[in-house]
Design a binder for this molecule. Structure first.
Ligand SMILES: C[S@@+](CC[C@H](N)C(=O)[O-])C[C@H]1O[C@@H](n2cnc3c(N)ncnc32)[C@H](O)[C@@H]1O
Length: 250
């Protein structure tokens, strides 16, 4: 596939436009496996109940909620630059408050740019980001901001789409991603473009971005990756140098 100028990240307006149908698209197009991917990222991190965790690019809040549900952590902060996404996350938080494993747990949400995090240095034991980094051109600023708010030894966990390495699976998945999903997008959200962007951005990310090198460049150490679902998704964890409070399991 030829990269086009549309490999540029979508505007905040695009995320706000699709926000209302974002969850439905996610669960439908991933056949519900997106919940498993976020759970794997949450469980990769080694966390204690009183650790503070930040989820950047939190969207409608699913990754932040996954950390609350699948780890002992009591309080997670979620930030996103889209007011509409944060509004939807707030509504979801209210709907699910006090239910099941969220009982006694807190999700704090705010509209913020991931490149200019308004938190104290060293405040968080871990920072997560699910399917967000691919949409940010200036990742160096975001990784620097994440590094600043992490405590020494703190973990960063990133969940991002990739392309399967195995040839046949890759061809089938690419056909699904680049042809089937945009057609289905027209039916489900009335617009094929967000799904076309998704395919282009995954292709662009896979071919050009070396996240491990970018993390090392930002000062992170002990970077490890794990492929999920045949390589459709890659989990990447690293940590800020410092006393080893926890060793992420990958
Ligand atoms: C594909 S969604 C992922 C949402 C969520 N993490 C999930 O797992 O479904 C990407 C999100 O990143 C947000 N985003 C993009 N650039 C951002 C930035 N510079 N700062 C904060 N959020 C950003 C968008 O508003 C959008 O909600």
């Amino acid at each position: 596939m030829t990269p086009t100028p549309a490999d540029k990240p979508p505007s905040q307006a695009l995320f706000s436009t699709i926000a209302a149908r974002y969850d439905r698209c996610n669960h439908l197009f991933s056949l519900g496996i997106d919940r498993y991917w976020r759970k794997q990222l949450a469980q990769t991190l080694v966390l204690k109940a009183d650790d503070a965790v930040l989820d950047i690019c939190c969207g409608t809040g699913d990754m932040a909620l996954s950390v609350l549900i699948h780890t002992p952590v009591h309080c997670v902060w979620g930030i996103d630059c889209s007011e509409t996404m944060i509004q939807l996350a707030q509504e979801k938080r209210i709907r699910r408050a006090g239910r099941g494993r969220l009982r006694g747990k807190t999700l704090r949400l705010s509209v913020q740019d991931a490149a200019a995090l308004a938190f104290e240095p060293g405040m968080f034991a871990a920072v997560t980001c699910a399917f967000g980094l691919r949409n940010i051109p200036d990742r160096a600023r975001v990784l620097a901001a994440v590094f600043r708010v992490l405590a020494p030894g703190g973990q960063v966990g990133i969940c991002e789409f990739s392309l399967p390495r195995f040839g046949l699976l890759r061809s089938v998945y690419w056909a699904y991603l680049s042809r089937v999903m945009p057609m289905a997008g027209r039916v489900v959200i009335g617009d094929a473009e967000p799904l076309r962007y998704l395919a282009r951005s995954i292709d662009h990310w896979h071919k050009t971005v070396r996240l491990e090198e970018e993390l090392a460049g930002a000062g992170f150490v002990d970077c490890h990756c794990r492929l999920l679902t045949g390589g459709i998704v890659t989990l990447t964890v690293a940590r800020k140098p410092g006393p080893l409070a926890a060793q992420p399991f990958l």
